[in-house]
Structure formats: C-alpha cells, structure tokens
Design a protein around this ligand. Structure first.
Ligand code: WT7
Length: 646
C-alpha cells in the first residue's frame, strides 16, 4: 500500500476542531489506560443524570454480560429535549425535507418537545407501559422522530422497522419481540412513488394476534382500510393529548431499543441497546467524528430504519443540541443533483452518506454536482461498506472541491456507534481506509488460530474490550449473542469483518467473512434470501452469494435448483424475484438468478459456497481446491451457465 496518497489534516479545520492531533493522542492513550475515569468524565460532560452511577463498567466477554453506568438513572428524551429548552428552545432541532422538493418543515426544540410529550401521553392513554415494545413502521417523516423520542420518555422500547420492508418481514419483527402497539402512516413517498405502509401493516397484523393498537399518521391522505377499535389516527389522538408528560427516569441499563439486523442464520437478530451507555456513545462520536459545532446544520442521509438513522439522525445529534436534517426521498429524485440542491437550500455544513449513493451519483456525471454551490459544506462522511478509492476521490474532489475531509466511519448495528474513523482535525486521511480507533476502542487483528497479529497484517477484526455503545444482547436469545460475537474468538468482540492494518497502524476493512453480504450498505443474510427462494413449490434448493456490483458494492447472485422435471422459464424467474420482494423487501431481490441443475457439494452434503462465490465473481481460473467435491462435473455446468451482469 506504499502508493496510497495521504491527505493530511487541514490546518484551517484543525485550528477550530474539538480534537486535534495532540488531543487525539493524549485522550486515546488515556481512554485505554484509565477507561473508568475517562468514561466517567465523558458521561458527566455529555449527559444529564437523575442519579449518578455506582459503577462505570462491568463486563464479561465469556458470559456476554455487559453493563455500563449501572445504578445511574436518566431519561433519553430529557437529554435530547428538556435540557436544551432553556438555551436553545427556539433553535431548529429537525429540518424535514420531503420527497417532493417543494415540501419542507422545521421544528424547534420547543416544538419537538411539545409533540414528543403529547405523543408520549397518547401512547400512555393506549396502555403503553415501561418496558413494552412499540413497533415503528414509518417513512422518513417528523413523526418518526416524535414516536421514537416519545417511547423513550415513558420507558417503552422501540423497534423501528424500515418502511421498505415487506409485510412478511414486518410480521416476523412484530412477533419476535411481542409488540402490542404499532405506529405507522397511511402511505409514504419515495422517489415520486407511493409506498403502501398501512396496507402492509394490515397484512402483517392478520398474523399478529397480540397487536392491540395501531396509530396511523395521515401522511398521503390516500385511501386505507380501517379496523374500528384497533386503529386510531395520530392527529386526532394528538389534538386531545396534554403537552405535559413527566419523563420516567430509567436505569442506565434499561432497554432503549431493539433493531433487527441480518446474520448468517436465516432469521434477523433483534439487537438490543440500552439507555445510558448507548446515548453517551452516540453523542460523543457524533460530536467528535463530525466535529459538530454549535449552529452547524448536520445531515445524515440514512433512514431511521437502520442503526445509522438511530444514532446519527436522531439520538447523537439531538443529545448534542444539534440541528439535524431528515430526508424523506432518494438521491436521484427528481434528479441526480438532489443531495446538492438540499445542501444549498438548507446550508448544510456536515454531510454523511453511503458509498453506494456516491457511486450511483458519480455514474451520472459531474455537472449535477458542479452546477451547485456546496459552499456551506465543511465535513463529509461515509458509512455502510468499504468506500472504494475511486469513489472516495470523486467525493473528495468533486463534491468536496478538494477541501472537505471525508470521515470513513466503520461500525455496525451491534456497536451502537462509530468505532474506527478519522477525526477531522486530528487524523490524516487515506482513501479507502477507516483509519484509526475512536476513544476507548482497542481493535485487534487475529489470524486463523485466534492469535493476535502485530504490525502490518491481515485477518479478522475483533475488539478487545467493551465500550458504552455495545449491544447488550439479542432479544430473546442470549446464547445466540454469545455464540455469534463472543465464542468464535474468546475474550474478544468478534466483528465478522476482515481487515488489514498498514505500517501506520491504519485499518482497512476488507468486508464480511461470514455469509452476510452488503448490498448498497444494507446487510443481508444469504440464508434469509435462500429461505425465501425455497418457499416456491418448484424450487428444490437455492444458494445465494454476493458478487462485485459497480453501484451496490455487492449484488445478489442466486443459484437455483428446480424440482426434477421442472423447466426453467422467464415467468418462473419473475415469480422467484417477486417472492423475495414479498418475503423480505425489494432490497433483497436477486440481481441474478442462475438455474443450476445441481449445486457443488462436499461428500458430507455441504454446499461449497467458496466455489459459487468465485464463479459469480468471474474468478474462474482460481477456484481453489475442488478435490473434496462429491461430483466435480457440477462445477463445469455452473461455469458454463454463468450470468455476467455488473
Ligand atoms: C457492516 C455493518 C454501521 C452502520 C451501517 C451499517 C460494513 C459499515 C463500513 C465502513 C467498511 C463498513 C461492515 C460492517 N461497514 N461501515 N466504513 N467501511 N465496511 O450497519 O447493517 O450493521 O452493517 O457494514 O461489513 O460489519 P450494519
């Protein structure tokens, strides 16, 4: 990696940044040498507590029992709202930019506080109590933020389900954590198209007998089905609700939210995050990674259905008293200049998006960018997958005019917040590298025998100690939590990502090493897609792998074996595509379906995915050892019928 170009910290940024080279080094050293003192100080600086904690941290990576600030009491909505009222009650908390560029709205901290209190009272009136799970299935509208914060005010645990997930996927998530309450909209908008939200809820609800109340935001005004006694309008309930709602003080370790994410098993896992540690970690990373300064307009383009939307659209920014922008639409509607038009319209200073969006916009041509001013921008960010150096350079030179540093932030749903990242005033950049660990984070790279590698190396990325934002469990399955993250490399948090470390100690994430693929920054378990495909009565077997895709990062390649005597057809291909869309959602639909009379298997019957991955990637002269295959001729057939599409 000696030919890598280094982009040094810009003096004009370092001069005003919260953290510069010296403070990064000093604070990082201290965060590892005296973690208890370091995190106690941060917890005091970043959060308001009703009761101080008894113990800063207490964790055991063998039993996967992780606790931070135990005995401490606080309320998330108080930290995100009440405490800002005196100093910034009239400051804009949320700027909402609609899918339709003519639509936008702003809410001040005081207005947001008022709505959150009202909605918390609405939830209470419907019977929601502390600890109850509330499902939130909404488009990117203000009410989504209101609903999340209202849950935190009364100690309800939210489970946000991405509005693009299907009725089936929604049903699974409602059932898994036993939601009795759901907040949705009539319909949503995305890229000028209408998304049927309530219709999906109605379908899911048929199989969710525990679901008692559905609160519906009137967003499109479109016609929807209605079940009297179960369904109620958000606006009607809000109009009748009091704006006075005392917050419920929560234990630092009380559950805050559950968020589902894909793993190597066929079923999404409900990652559980708790109150004190999560909020502190979201807030401190938001402030330092993006060098958030008072008055900045901050925009993270993620949907609240993903962890990025939780930590860096809602909780981190609001906890810090920031102005955060919520965008309902997509990067290419009405045109590929939308992001930059929004940046100019709202004078955005900090812009955080995903490599897939950058690549998609890069493919449209520079003029969509260069026609806009973007003068307000100071810091850029990237998240979701490794950013390829070509996309990084384009983001830097074309979007950022060569003068805004890019924060390539590595983290996961499980980590709650950013773990490996540059800091604008402190860390020199290398395109494609997430650079160095954040305070308190001790990454290690292990070899195949779980031995710690030193210096320049490549292996599996693990984290050697706990940090406040770490997930506390998988809802309803602690053993799976242990097995997935703590047993594979005992003593460490196992990330599931591969990584290299270079001579400067910089980390380069190489991607997942398990059967998880990353499609447009969204994690998909190949097993989940396979389970959907084999639901079709004519399908005998399916194997799904990722392959390099120029926009999505990875595309979805499905090898499908049909039942004996069944002829493949375009009609069947479409049925399978529709089936995956229905079972999971459009994001999971296969880019390629190849008919395979049989799949390459070992003599013990295990599918050799390594070979399927190589064929899908076109690495045909490099298939590796095929001697353990039960029937080597299967591979030739698969190669002969390979479909090429990038
Ligand atoms: C997986 C986590 C973290 C919020 C969005 C995705 C990949 C994420 C980066 C990055 C390289 C990255 C990893 C990780 N990933 N950010 N900056 N560089 N890879 O959250 O759905 O939980 O996915 O996304 O493979 O394990 P997620």
């Amino acid at each position: 990696m000696s030919d890598v170009h280094v982009y040094p910290v810009k003096p004009e940024i370092a001069a005003h940044a919260h953290i510069n080279r010296e403070t990064y080094q000093a604070l990082y050293q201290r965060s590892l040498a005296e973690p208890e003192a370091f995190w106690a100080e941060q917890a005091e600086r970043f959060l308001n507590w009703d009761r101080r904690w008894d113990r800063v941290s207490d964790y055991d990576f063998e039993t996967a029992n992780i606790r931070w600030f135990e005995g401490g009491r606080l309320n998330v909505s108080v930290n995100c709202l009440d405490r800002h009222l005196e100093t910034r009650g009239d400051q804009v908390a949320i700027i909402w930019e609609g899918d339709d560029p003519a639509q936008d709205k702003k809410l001040t901290y005081r207005e947001l506080y008022d709505q959150v209190c009202r909605f918390a009272n609405v939830l209470k009136a419907q019977g929601v109590e502390k600890g109850d799970r509330v499902c939130i299935y909404l488009p990117m509208i203000m009410e989504a933020a209101v609903a999340m914060l209202a849950c935190t005010r009364i100690g309800a645990v939210h489970s946000v389900v991405f509005g693009g997930f299907s009725a089936e996927a929604l049903k699974d998530r409602i059932l898994d954590c036993g939601c009795k309450y759901l907040v949705c909209a009539d319909e949503g908008y995305r890229g000028g198209k209408v998304v049927p939200i309530k219709a999906n809820v109605d379908k899911a609800a048929e199989h969710c007998p525990l679901l008692e109340k559905i609160i519906v935001v009137q967003n499109s005004g479109g016609k929807i089905a209605w079940q009297e006694g179960r369904d109620l309008w958000y606006h009607e309930a809000m109009a009748a609700a009091s704006a006075d709602c005392p917050p419920v003080p929560m234990d630092a370790e009380d559950p805050l939210f559950i968020l589902y994410t894909s793993g190597s098993t066929g079923k999404p896992k409900g990652m559980l995050h708790t109150t004190g540690g999560y909020l502190l970690y979201a807030a401190i990373t938001h402030k330092y990674v993006f060098d958030y300064q008072d008055g900045d307009i901050y925009w993270c383009t993620a949907d609240i259905g993903w962890v990025t939307g939780h930590s860096y659209v809602i909780y981190g920014p609001l906890c810090n008293g920031a102005t955060t922008l919520m965008f309902e639409g997509i990067p290419t509607y009405p045109g590929p200049d939308r992001f930059w038009r929004v940046v100019d319209k709202h004078k955005v200073n900090i812009f955080y998006t995903a490599p897939t969006a950058i690549r998609a916009l890069m493919a449209q041509g520079d003029h969509y960018v260069t026609e806009t001013s973007r003068q307000s921008l100071r810091i850029l960010g990237s998240v979701g997958e490794p950013i390829n150096p070509e996309a990084w350079e384009w983001y830097y030179h074309v979007v950022g005019d060569g003068s805004r540093p890019i924060m390539d932030t590595w983290w996961q749903t499980e980590t709650g917040g950013i773990l490996i990242t540059p800091l604008p005033g402190a860390i020199d950049l290398k395109p494609g590298s997430a650079t160095l660990p954040f305070f308190g984070i001790k990454p290690e790279i292990l070899d195949a025998n779980n031995q710690i590698l030193e210096g320049e190396c490549e292996g599996v990325l693990v984290i050697a100690r706990s940090w406040p934002g770490q997930s506390r469990g998988i809802y309803g399955d602690h053993q799976l939590f242990i097995d997935t993250y703590f047993s594979k490399a005992p003593g460490f948090y196992y990330s599931g990502d591969g990584a290299k470390r270079d001579a400067d100690g910089y980390y380069w994430i190489t991607g997942r090493i398990d059967d998880v693929i990353n499609v447009s920054g969204h994690r998909m378990g190949t097993a989940e897609i396979e389970s959907a495909l084999v639901l079709h009565e004519l399908v005998a077997e399916a194997a799904v792998v990722g392959y390099p895709h120029h926009i999505k990062g990875q595309g979805i390649y499905a090898y499908v074996t049909l039942n004996a005597g069944v002829e493949p057809s375009e009609q069947l291909r479409k049925e399978l595509d529709d089936l995956v869309r229905k079972e999971i959602g459009p994001i999971a639909h296969p880019d390629i379906i190849q008919w395979a009379p049989s799949l390459p298997k070992t003599r013990s019957g295990k599918i050799m995915r390594r070979i399927l991955r190589k064929v899908a990637a076109g690495e045909l002269d490099n298939l590796g050892d095929t001697s353990t295959l039960a029937d080597p001729s299967v591979v030739q057939n698969i190669i002969d019928h390979r479909i090429v599409k990038t």
